[in-house]
Design a protein around this ligand. Structure first.
Ligand SMILES: C[S@@+](CC[C@H](N)C(=O)[O-])C[C@H]1O[C@@H](n2cnc3c(N)ncnc32)[C@H](O)[C@@H]1O
Length: 267
């Protein structure tokens, strides 16, 4: 397995982010391209809620989720069993060296993965290798360079800057979304679709849930790393937590996260 530091980790905070994603909403851009019988690979599938959703669109075609951390698969695998979904499986593996022959799949998908690896171009080339000619390479990635947090304060600005700095420190691109078209092109695909959009959070309940997930992630995974790297103190972490709390309670507040989606067809 490739040795790379994965910034988000696998705690409850990270799981809450990922499991809130469904194929019908978060993966909707892929659905018009899916047909029954297609073989689909979800690279860096995490807890696999997107993979699970795609499975019913390509059934009876095989749908496989692959990720380096298998502890995440249990809930989606159990749900598939309960719902009688038999074309879905999960496997542990490295997306830099996929354990499949050339041209094994009709669709290769990766969401929120290319910003979590040091060499996204190698991963996309590997995804392209396992696709058959005419196959679909579907990518989705955040781009923190486009995020809007309003009203911004120096404390909130510093809190988000630390997060972006940690991603960069771990060798990962915080603004990877804008690279998707280029990555598809380099991997020998015709780019057939591109969209940038905001994942939008505002209003008391939605903003509260978003800020709570963020704070949990900082508590569980990020704060310790910032402190060990000497980038901030315990007191600054507490100050930031208070600032996020005020933000969550502000009826004027909006938090928009920028994402890109792109579809390529392999030549
Ligand atoms: C941010 S999560 C995204 C999960 C899911 N695709 C989603 O959108 O909810 C990134 C995932 O990529 C996985 N990952 C990172 N590097 C990997 C590698 N080299 N091989 C396999 N999985 C990897 C991580 O374990 C993590 O589950």
């Amino acid at each position: 397995m490739t040795e790379e530091q994965y910034t988000l980790g696998y705690g409850e905070g990270a799981m809450q982010w990922m499991t809130s994603r469904t194929a019908d909403k978060f993966g909707a851009f892929v659905l018009p391209w899916l047909k029954p019988g297609m073989r689909l690979l979800d690279c860096g599938c995490g807890p696999g809620t997107l993979t699970l959703g795609f499975a019913s669109h390509v059934a009876p075609g095989a749908t496989i989720g692959i990720d380096r951390e298998s502890s995440q698969f249990a809930a989606s695998a159990a749900r598939a069993q309960q719902e009688g979904i038999t074309n879905l499986s999960f496997t542990t593996g490295d997306i830099y060296t996929l354990p499949y022959a050339d041209a094994s799949f009709d669709v290769c998908f990766a969401s929120a993965v290319l910003g979590s690896v040091a060499e996204p171009e190698r991963v996309v080339a590997e995804m392209s290798r396992v696709l058959q000619p005419g196959g679909i390479l579907a990518l989705k990635e955040f781009d923190h360079g486009g995020d809007i947090i309003y009203p911004q304060t120096p404390v909130l600005e510093r809190s988000t800057e630390l997060y972006h700095r940690l991603r960069a420190h771990n060798g990962h691109e915080p603004c990877g979304g804008r690279r998707l078209r280029g990555l598809l092109h380099e991997a020998g695909c015709n780019v057939e679709f591109t969209r940038g959009y905001f994942d939008q959070h505002y209003g008391a309940d939605d903003l509260r849930a978003h800020v709570d997930r963020n704070n949990l992630l900082i508590d569980e995974m990020l704060a310790q790393q910032y402190i060990e790297l000497g980038w901030c103190s315990e007191a600054e972490i507490e100050e930031a937590a208070r600032a996020w709390e005020e933000f969550a309670q502000n009826p004027a507040a909006v938090w928009l996260s920028a994402w890109f989606e792109a579809i390529g067809v392999k030549q």
